[in-house]
Design a protein around this ligand. Structure first.
Ligand SMILES: N[C@@H](CCC(=O)N[C@@H](CS)C(=O)NCC(=O)O)C(=O)O
Length: 213
C-alpha cells in the first residue's frame, strides 16, 4: 500500500494511526501541501479531489480518510477499529464525524485561505474563526464522551476510529494555541492514546517529511 501523506495533514494523520494500529506496512508518498503539490496533475491523477490523504492499494486509489479507514477495517478486521454491536459502531462513527465533518472542514487550509484572501479578513479574524470552530466542536465531543460507553478511549478500552480522528484534531488545536482546559475528557482520552506507540509514531514531528515549526 502507498499512502499519500503530508506530515501536518490531520486527515492523513488519522490514516497513519489506523495503519499503525493494524500493523499494516505502507510506503509513504509525500505531497507538500504548503507548496500546493496537492493541486498539481501528478497528484490529482491519483486523487481528483486534490486532498490528502489518498491510499493506493491493489491498483485502486482511495480518497477520504473515513472511507479509507472503513476499507482498512473491512479488509483487515484485526485489531478492530469499530466495536461489534451495531449501536456501538454507530456511536464510534458519530464521534469520528464530529471531528471529520463538524470541525475539520471549517478549518481546512483552503477554507482559511478563501476567508483571508478572497473575503479579505485579517489574520486575527482567521485565528478567531479557527478557535471558534475548535471550541464549538470540542464542546460537542466533550459532551458526547461524557455519555455511557467512553472508558479509557472514546468508546471502551481499546482505540477505535474515533480516537484516530480525535488525536490529530488536538494536535491542530495545540498548534493554533487553542484553550483545551474546557475539555478534560477529550484530553484524558488524548493522553491515553499518545501513550500508545501506534499514535506516537504517526505524529507529525516523527514523519520523514517533517519540517521544523
Ligand atoms: N474529508 C477529507 C478531508 C481531506 C482534507 O481536507 N485534507 C487536507 C489536509 S488535512 C487537504 O488536503 N487540504 C488541501 C487544501 O485545503 O487545499 C478527508 O477526511 O480525507
Amino acid at each position: 500500500m502507498k499512502l499519500y501523506t503530508y506530515f501536518r495533514s490531520s486527515a492523513a494523520f488519522r490514516v497513519r494511526i489506523a495503519l499503525n494500529l493494524k500493523a499494516l506496512a505502507y510506503e509513504p508518498a509525500f505531497v507538500h501541501l504548503a507548496k500546493g503539490e496537492h493541486r498539481q496533475p501528478a497528484f490529482t491523477a491519483v486523487n481528483p479531489q486534490g486532498l490528502l490523504p489518498a491510499l493506493a492499494v491493489d491498483g485502486a486509489h482511495l480518497a477520504q480518510s473515513i472511507a479509507i479507514m472503513e476499507y482498512l477495517e473491512e479488509a483487515h478486521p484485526q485489531p478492530p477499529l469499530l466495536p461489534k454491536h451495531p449501536l456501538e459502531r454507530a456511536r464510534v462513527r458519530s464521534l469520528s464525524l464530529i471531528v471529520a465533518c463538524e470541525i475539520h472542514p471549517l478549518n481546512n487550509p483552503r477554507v482559511l485561505k478563501y476567508v483571508k484572501n478572497t473575503l479579505g479578513r485579517s489574520q486575527e479574524e482567521i485565528d478567531a474563526w479557527y478557535r471558534h470552530w475548535i471550541a464549538d466542536g470540542l464542546a460537542k465531543l466533550e459532551a458526547e464522551l461524557g455519555r455511557p460507553g467512553t472508558e479509557r478511549h472514546c468508546h471502551g478500552d481499546a482505540p477505535s476510529m474515533a480516537d484516530c480522528c480525535l488525536v490529530p484534531q488536538i494536535f491542530n488545536a495545540q498548534r493554533f494555541a487553542c484553550d483545551l482546559k474546557p475539555y478534560p475528557t477529550v484530553m484524558r482520552v488524548f493522553d491515553a492514546c499518545m501513550r500508545l506507540e501506534a499514535f506516537d509514531r504517526a505524529q507529525p514531528s516523527k514523519q520523514p517529511d517533517a519540517e521544523s515549526p
